[in-house]
Ligand binder design. Structure first.
Ligand code: ZN
Length: 141
């Protein structure tokens, strides 16, 4: 097995911004010359996540609204323990990131990511402030 790849640097506004990484990931995969293998896309940090979705305004709005309902910024009852114990304000961001997860693995077939036509690789930055994110793309062949 050989491992190659690259690093993406992504500036976000935070607060749940969703960024389409698909073309940047494709570019890294092409530089490796891999014909068949798997691309692992991993975001470093405990308030950021990576998944796949249809990246269009409706789905972005729907997923954003769903996460607001599931993991509200302020809990309906009680307090976020992370905020209370640490004097922090982003407990909801940690919880949302943990639910979605920090990475996806995408098969590479004939040199291309095996994504659906309406399936993009996205980064979701849940922190409550702008961030500069590092996303590692490792290609295993
Ligand atoms: Zn925190």
């Amino acid at each position: 097995m050989t491992v190659s790849g690259g690093m993406l640097h992504v500036e976000t506004a935070g607060d749940g911004q969703i960024v389409d990484l698909t073309e940047a990931v494709r570019s890294v995969v092409r530089t490796t010359g891999a014909e068949r293998g798997v691309a692992i896309v991993f975001a470093r940090g405990s308030t950021v996540a990576v998944t796949t979705m249809e990246y269009e305004p409706g789905t972005v709005a729907d997923l954003t609204a769903l996460l607001e309902r599931l993991v509200p910024r302020s809990p309906d009852e009680g307090v976020w323990e992370h905020n209370a114990l640490n004097g922090d304000s982003n407990a909801h961001a940690h919880a949302r990131a943990a639910l979605i997860g920090p990475s996806v693995s995408v098969p590479i077939v004939e040199g291309e990511l095996l994504l659906g036509t309406w399936q993009q690789v996205v980064l979701l930055d849940f922190d409550d402030r702008p961030r500069q994110r590092e996303v590692t793309v490792q290609v295993l062949v």
